[in-house]
Design a protein around this ligand. Structure first.
Ligand SMILES: [Zn+2]
Length: 375
């Protein structure tokens, strides 16, 4: 047999078959291999059936207990959904599975969007903490703020007190509200309390802010930058003296335009809060503008920075304090640049309920009145 002829053996399919399977050793090997393949195929099929069963069971269970909004099974289904997803991606014969999968994926996505406040809050706080470590201000905020963030983390992990929840939760929240700086209401009718005091941190641009809001503010600005926008904090804490100075300057400028002192005063109070009633005096408010459009007018709402902030500020504990549709309640015209820190859990709650601070505080007080009447 010449080498050339030997090569030719492999050139037709029949010849190749005869060469491989005419040989008893080859035949055995083939049988073993095909048996192994069959076992693997059966195993995969069984696994798929089991996973499909689990997925369907969870699907129906979630459907039944949807109102309960349980987070634990949702987390579990997320895992199985992920598993079945990867499995079904490999096979094409599981016909009804993708439908169940996608519905379930939607559900789990919803569920996943709801619970992990504490997780994101903590990771963001950690990031912000890392960022703050670079700034000089972090040195001023020593262990005290760390203890505070640890405490607030713990608070965020605990159940969020919501309105309309059982009686004792509401009472707890009202107690919180009375002593809780986060819900401090400062407006035209509620001047800043006389015994009010705060500790501020100085931002890199020289402005001051209540140190308890600094970390979240830092995280929010960072993330807004990371999203490709150019936010700039134009105003933060103002002392009452400084507010008075701004107010007086405005009155003089109106008087220069020919208004009487009385007219100038009332015009000034339309534009700027009278001293003692500005949220900026409590250190929890910031005016944020877009660097490319640094004006505090209605056009500010159209900037990329504001669009991003309007969508995300609540995630960092900030609310747009004077929304367009709440002017009659807040007593302030639309200010698409003025954000107020209320902490992440309240911001989330207000965002979900679509309430401004006045409405929110009113509801809390109202629930309190009802609660104490019931006692
Ligand atoms: Zn402002």
């Amino acid at each position: 047999m010449s080498p050339r002829r030997r090569r030719n053996i492999f050139q037709t399919r029949d010849q190749r078959f005869n060469y491989r399977f005419g040989n008893p050793a080859m035949r055995r090997r083939y049988r073993v291999r095909s048996k192994r393949r069959l076992i693997i195929a059966i195993c995969v099929l069984l696994l798929l059936l089991i996973l499909a069963g689990i997925a369907l069971a969870y699907f129906f269970r979630n459907d039944d207990s949807k109102a309960d909004n349980q987070t634990a099974p949702a987390a579990a289904t997320e895992e199985t959904a992920a598993e079945t997803d990867t499995q079904s991606a490999d096979t094409q014969d599981a016909d009804e599975q993708p439908a169940a999968d996608s519905e379930q994926a939607e559900q789990t996505a919803e569920a996943a969007a709801l619970p992990p406040v504490a997780v994101t809050a903590r990771s963001l706080a950690a990031e912000a903490g890392a960022a703050a470590a670079d700034t000089e201000s972090a040195e001023a905020a020593d262990t005290e703020t760390q203890e505070e963030t640890a405490a607030s983390d713990a608070a965020e992990t605990a159940a969020v007190p919501l309105l309309g929840t059982p009686h004792d939760t509401v009472v707890n929240m009202v107690e919180t509200r009375r002593s809780d700086w986060r819900l401090l209401l400062v407006n035209e009718w509620h001047p800043i309390p006389e015994d009010f005091n705060l500790t501020t941190l100085t931002l890199l641009n020289g402005l001051d802010i209540d140190e308890r809001a600094a970390e979240d503010l830092d995280a929010m600005i960072d993330d807004c930058y990371a999203a490709g926008y150019a936010p700039e904090i134009a105003s933060a804490y103002r002392s009452t003296d400084y507010q008075q100075q701004l107010f007086d300057e405005l009155i003089y400028s109106f008087m220069d335009e020919g208004y009487s002192e009385e007219e100038a005063r009332s015009k000034a109070s339309e534009t700027i809060a009278t001293p003692g009633t500005s949220e900026h005096e409590c250190g929890l408010a910031v005016d944020i503008v877009d660097m490319d459009y640094p004006y505090t007018d209605a056009g500010q709402a159209q900037t990329g920075t504001q669009q991003w902030l309007l969508e995300h500020s609540w995630e960092y504990g900030f609310i747009l304090r004077y929304p367009e549709d709440k002017s009659s309640i807040t007593g302030k015209v639309y200010e698409p640049w003025h954000y107020r820190y209320v902490g992440r859990e309240y911001a989330r709650d207000m965002h979900e309920k679509g309430l401004c601070l006045e409405e929110y505080v009113w509801q809390v007080d109202h629930t309190d009145a009802e609660a104490s009447a019931a006692d």
